[in-house]
Write a protein that binds this ligand. Structure first.
Ligand code: FDA
Length: 394
């Protein structure tokens, strides 16, 4: 049986879909949100270690990766981190800035889900989980949505089904397939904000150091991040690695500076003047964990006394810690990736309304679009901003 037409159907009850529902309903639209998952907003729930890093107060378009870097400017300008923070404050959710402009809930991420659900309900939007989307078609200018719970018709269809990351909690490529069905291009996807894997000696070293974390500067080409680095049983993780993974392509080298705040060559040379009989590790353990120092000095002149180590040797040691060249074997893939790079080609979308230029009434928002943020609350800010843009443009 076909239900009477609805103003807006939103596919996907994640961050972008739920926020869009509240915004569109507030503007007087009848709204139905459909999702195949039983538990809705699951990525919000697990985000930020369970506390949801819901925005970043320093958000700029340069914090996003896209084949069309200017696309995100309009939406981000019209719905800012402060705008979302105003909603969070109005909902009475306690929050704090952790670091680098990253805002987290003080207690549980569930508070954000509750806030989004309440806003949707307040405007009369219906949010329906456990519903499989079978087929999407068009009837004149309306859309026909065939689902396991019945067939619905709507004037505007908003696709907010996210990317491919963490299939275990319901991620699918549905949005990409739908974009293709309507003749839109999809920029090739790959796992982003993801740990990097290694093989051979580096893997063995990482395994032996699993659990050790340090502050490091990681570069790939001209892109550099200075944040934490974590050794794991599979390779390397931690914020700096997740950040650089968005820029790393198979075959690229990474340069790791394990001592970004130290001039190691001059420290070693000073230590040699003071006491030439000591070895480099005595200096290094003042800055780095002992296990890491021992592992990283393997096969070097670091075990000779500083007096025996010439200037060239000191510089080689400094280079070893300041410019550790690594070739990752790959990434852990969508299983653990926080986001999916690539997605619906923004050249086919109107940047003010997220509407497909060639299909009036069809909108794409959130992670399904080829706009991917850095680690640190940027991806949620994109979800809110793109959802707001679509709601205003319906
Ligand atoms: P999202 O993935 O949230 O929602 C998509 C919805 O569509 C889901 O409910 C899904 O079930 C549904 N769906 C998918 N396929 C479907 C189909 N075929 N039929 C019906 N429904 C379907 N970002 C950030 O800014 N700060 C943070 O702290 C974190 N932390 C974080 C931790 C972890 C572990 C992950 C995996 C990710 C993050 N992120 C993050 C990224 C952030 O969660 C992500 O960018 C947003 O949730 C994207 O919002 P969307 O609404 O676009 O997709």
């Amino acid at each position: 049986m076909t239900e009477p037409p609805i103003d807006v159907i939103i596919l996907g009850a994640g961050a972008a879909g739920l926020f869009c529902a509240g915004e569109a309903a507030r503007l007087g639209n009848s709204v139905l949100v459909l999702d195949h998952a039983k538990r809705l907003g699951e990525k919000i729930r697990i985000s930020g270690g369970g506390r949801c890093n819901f925005t970043n107060i320093h958000t700029q378009p340069t914090n996003f990766i896209s084949q069309n870097p200017k696309f995100c400017i309009s939406a981000l300008k019209r719905f800012t981190p402060q705008d979302f923070l105003d909603r969070v404050n109005a909902a009475g959710i306690a929050w704090h800035e952790k670091t680098l402009g990253q805002l987290f809930c003080d207690t549980r991420a569930q508070a954000i889900i509750d806030m989004l659900m309440k806003a949707a309900a307040a405007g009369g939007a219906i949010v329906q989980g456990d519903t499989n989307i079978k087929k999407i078609g068009q009837e004149g200018t309306d859309f026909r949505v065939e689902t396991s719970a019945g067939t619905y018709q709507c004037r505007s269809l908003v696709v907010a089904t996210g990317g491919l990351s963490i299939p275990k909690i319901g991620a699918t490529g549905f949005g990409y397939d739908l974009a293709r069905q309507f003749g839109l291009e999809v920029v090739e996807t790959r796992a982003g904000l993801v740990p990097l894997t290694f093989d051979g000696m580096i893997l063995e070293a990482a395994k032996s150091l699993a659990g050790v974390s340090v502050d490091a500067e990681i570069s790939c080409g001209r892109t550099m991040f200075h944040e934490g680095l974590l050794f794991t049983h599979r390779g390397l993780s931690g914020p700096s690695i997740l950040q650089i993974s968005n820029y790393w392509q198979r075959g690229d080298a990474l340069s790791v500076n394990l001592l970004p705040s130290v001039d190691l060559a001059s420290e070693l040379s000073g230590a040699r003047q003071h006491n030439g009989r000591q070895t480099a590790d005595k200096v290094l353990v003042q800055h780095l964990p002992k296990r890491l120092v021992s592992q990283h000095l393997n096969g070097s002149d670091g075990w000779k006394s500083l007096a025996e180590t010439g200037n060239k040797g000191l510089h080689a040691l400094a280079q070893r810690f300041h410019d550790w060249q690594l070739y990752p074997a790959g990434t852990e893939g969508y299983r653990t990736a926080e986001v999916t790079l690539g997605g619906v080609d923004t050249r086919a979308l109107n940047s003010r309304t997220m509407e497909a230029k060639s299909v009036p009434g069809l909108h794409f928002i959130g992670e399904v679009v080829d706009v991917t943020g850095w680690l640190g609350g940027y991806n949620f800010q994109w979800a809110w901003a793109s959802a707001h843009a679509a709601a205003m443009g319906i």
